[in-house]
Each structure stands twice: as C-alpha cells, then as structure tokens.
Design a protein around this ligand. Structure first.
Ligand SMILES: *Cc1c(COP(=O)(O)O)cnc(C)c1O
Length: 212
C-alpha cells in the first residue's frame, strides 16, 4: 500500500477531478486505511469479490461503491442493489435492463457509458456512432442518471496517442452535454487529466501490484 502515492496524487489533482480508488485484489483492511485518509469512492470490477468487502465494511456509511468491471446480464440486479455508480455499461441492451431493474428495485444508479474509441478486441463499449444514433432513446430510460462516458485506452500507447483518444472521449461527452469522463488509470492518468477527465480510476499506483 502506497499511502504517500495516494496523498501526492490527491494533492496534485485539480478540484474538479475526482479520484476513484480501485481496490480490486485488495482487502477491506486496505480500503479502511485509505478511507481513513478521507477517500470515499472505491471501485471494484468483480461482483463476488466486491460484495464480500461491502459486507465487511457495511458500517462505513461514507463509502461510495462504483462498479467498473464488465457488466454481466445475470448480475445486473445485484449490481444495481449494491453500487451507487456503474462506470462500465457497454451496450444499449444492458442499459435498458439496468433501467428496468432500477425501477423494480427503486434505485437510481449513476451511469457512465463505456465507449470504444479504437479497435481493441479485449474491450467492450458503445461505438460512438451507435451511441449518437440511440441517444434520444437512451435519454428516455427511467430511474437511471447518465453522468458521463468511460473509456479504457489500449496498453502501450505513447503519451500523445493517449491524449488524442482521451480528448475524443471528452469531445463526445461534451457533444452529448455530459459532464463526466471516467478515464485515466495508473499508467496514463496524467494524460487523462490533461484531456479533461473528471474521474481517474487508480488501482496499482495506490494499492501496489495486484495478482490479477
Ligand atoms: C483495474 C482497473 C483499473 C485500475 O487499474 P490500474 O492500472 O491498477 O490503475 C481502472 N479501470 C478499470 C476498468 C479496471 O478494471
């Protein structure tokens, strides 16, 4: 755990850039330590793993849980019940289902739509064109609040290439009048800040290396 990294990054960030501490692969005890430094937002990508920590930390009422992993259709109800934010909604069908389940569960999750800005077979996401075509329909969905877009850049890009893709995400969000861009991870967060990120998702730079 690198508390000093956490504090250093936190102090460098402009006020309008939020830091999501990605705690996947780390224990509830480590979440507690960062929470004690004032960190409230935690991101997890696997439901089972996350839910075990949520149960252990249920008395920590100030923690906000963000789901950032691939959303499996059969886990949507549990995700809606247990997470305030979902950053990784990667298709129209899943968004519709999240809306329907949210109505039934009387929940109002905050949503980022994951967009795919370049070919990367390992990543899902909305094609920007399809997103624009469906935008009117998407805005009618009830019981969800779409806050912004999310993107994951492929590994191994130059700093310039990272900035270019992040700026595309920012531009698309602006054109849809969305405030948030969830972009930037441990290896590319400085570029993301430069391009207008409002949510950095930082794991290993804060918690150390994971086993996965
Ligand atoms: C794991 C993960 C992160 C954090 O990755 P680091 O490189 O450890 O900062 C961010 N976003 C998503 C979607 C992830 O799955």
């Amino acid at each position: 755990m690198e508390i000093s990294n956490y504090i250093q990054i936190k102090n460098k960030l402009p006020l309008d850039v939020n830091l999501l501490a990605v705690s996947k692969g780390f224990s509830s005890q480590e979440i507690r330590i960062i929470n004690n430094e004032g960190q409230k937002d935690f991101g997890e990508s696997r439901f089972q793993e996350a839910n075990q920590k949520q149960l252990l930390l249920k008395d920590f009422k100030n923690i906000k849980w963000h789901f950032i992993g691939r959303v499996q259709s059969n886990k949507i109800r549990k995700i809606v019940q247990n997470f305030e934010y979902i950053h990784s909604v990667d298709s129209f069908e899943k968004l519709l289902k999240i809306s329907q389940v949210s109505i039934e569960e009387n929940k109002n999750p905050l949503i980022m739509l994951q967009v795919k800005l370049c070919d990367d077979p390992s990543k899902g996401g909305f094609n920007p064109k399809v997103l624009i075509e469906k935008w009117d329909q998407i805005q009618q969905f009830k019981s969800i609040k779409i806050k912004g877009l999310m993107t994951i850049n492929p590994k191994g890009l130059s700093s310039k290439e990272n900035i270019k893709l992040f700026k595309e995400c920012r531009k698309l969000a602006d054109s849809l009048k969305l405030h948030d861009c969830s972009m930037g991870m441990s290896g590319d967060w400085e570029e993301a800040v430069e391009a207008g990120s409002t949510w950095l998702r930082l794991g290993s730079i804060i918690f150390g290396n994971r086993s996965y």
